[in-house]
Each structure stands twice: as C-alpha cells, then as structure tokens.
Design a protein around this ligand. Structure first.
Ligand SMILES: *Cc1c(COP(=O)(O)O)cnc(C)c1O
Length: 243
C-alpha cells in the first residue's frame, strides 16, 4: 500500500515541518543545516500555491516538465529572487529551451546531452550549471549514467567551457522504507569522493542532490547538499491538476 502524505492544510506549516526535519537530520549527522538546500518540487502544483510557498520562505523551485515550468516562471516573474532548477529528463529537442532558463539542471544523463547544452550555452554566452544523474541502482527504467560510465566520461566534461559540472544527483529505487535508499546515497557520496581525488580543473563535486519526501533525512545523513521535496510540502500530487 502506498502511504499518502497528510493533506496540506497549510503549505507554510509543511515548510516549517520539513525545514525543522532538515535541521534535525543535519545536526544529528554533525552537519551545518545551512549546508543543505531545500528545492521545493512543484511539478503539477499550480502557480498560486508556489506563491504561498514563496511567502513562507521558499526560494528554489524544481520542475520536471519544460512547458509547465515556463508557464510558472512567467506567472511568477515579478519574484526576482527565485531560483529555478530543472529535475526531469531533458528531451533532445528541448535542450536549447532548457539551457539558460534554470540555475541548475539536475538531470544530465549523457555526454551527448551535455555537449548539446555546451553548444547552446556557448551561443548564449553563458555557463550552465549541471549535475550528472547517476543510476546507482542500475534499474533499467531509470535514466542517468551508470556509475562506471560517469567515472569514465568525466574527462570529457573538462573540455566543455560552457557547462560546469557541480556535482551528482541520484534517484534510488522506490521503497516504502526510507532505509532502503541509504546504500545508494552512500554510494553516490563515495563516487563524488573518488572524483574529487582526480583533481579536475573545471568539474566540481560540491553538490549531492539526493533525497525526496520520504527519505531526505537519510540522504542528509549520507551527505546530501540538495534535497528535492514535493509531496511533504504540497501534499499528494494530483497528476491531472496541471494538464
Ligand atoms: C517528483 C520528484 C521529486 C519529489 O518527490 P516527492 O516524493 O514528492 O518529494 C524529487 N525528485 C525528482 C527527480 C522528482 O521527479
């Protein structure tokens, strides 16, 4: 049975609860709570509710569909200190529209994709921050680099002058038990360590984007610097809400 999150009576209450949990998990792990960034995942959530979240202190929104994200960016454009992250699969023909529109793209899953991003970022005269999505579990249904491909491919990223790898992202297999995710989070952290030892010039490993509503506490214990939380802030998604 899938457990659903409590109905969101007040987004502000949820934000406070999640923020408090992030703080507790960080302190429990001997980390500074300031080192963990909360990305509010707003896919299927209407723009009006993003405003409530903004009013309650959220400044980073994560979206996984370009068109939906663009509509919300437009309706919230007067909120100038908002940062938008792209967390979904980037289709090839959409790459040019994603580049430059998001402060961080969490979900780069191939060298080919990154090269196209680099080209568009070059044309726009910008540098695009990206994370490499790693399919740590090797599930065939999940996108991302295999762990070995990621490690092999990294030198190629050094030659791209308009994308900057800032770290890694992963989505562990779904499980009701948040502890199931721990080994995958740990492996991602260890991978980042391995990469750091290689002393790349441009490639950075400052960010580990891991942990969602049900397992962000575990992810923080394992070193997450960015947690992507949707349901725990906005309630269970109604997928027809935003079509
Ligand atoms: C939907 C989504 C999330 C948020 O999931 P919740 O369980 O609702 O917190 C996080 N990351 C990605 C990549 C997502 O697609």
């Amino acid at each position: 049975m899938i457990k659903t999150a409590p109905v969101s009576c007040s987004i502000a209450d949820n934000i406070q609860r999640v923020t408090q949990s992030i703080r507790e998990a960080a302190l429990h792990a001997g980390r500074d709570p300031q080192d963990i960034q909360l990305v509010a995942v707003t896919k299927t959530v209407m723009a009006e509710r993003l405003r409530h979240a903004y009013a309650a202190g959220i400044r980073t929104f994560g979206e996984n569909r370009l068109q939906e994200a663009q509509q919300k960016q437009k309706s919230l454009q007067e909120l100038v200190d908002v940062s938008w992250h792209f967390i979904g699969q980037v289709q090839r023909r959409k790459i040019k529209d994603v580049v430059g529109q998001f402060d961080l793209i969490h979900s780069v899953e191939s060298l080919e994709q990154a090269r196209v991003m680099d080209k568009h970022a070059h044309d726009m005269g910008i540098t695009q921050g990206i994370l490499l999505q790693v399919n740590v579990s090797g599930e065939p249904t999940k996108g991302g680099f295999s762990s070995s491909d990621m490690l092999k491919t990294l030198p190629e990223f050094e030659r791209m002058m308009h994308v900057t790898v800032r770290g890694l992202m992963t989505i562990p297999p779904w499980s009701e038990d948040c502890e199931t995710a721990r080994p995958y989070f740990r492996e991602l952290r260890e991978m980042a360590h391995t990469v750091k030892r290689r002393d790349f010039q441009r490639t950075r490993m400052d960010e580990l984007s891991m942990g969602m509503s049900r397992d962000f506490r575990v992810a923080i214990e394992e070193g997450a610097t960015i947690v992507r939380v949707g349901t725990a802030l906005f309630g269970t998604r109604n997928s027809v809400e935003y079509i």
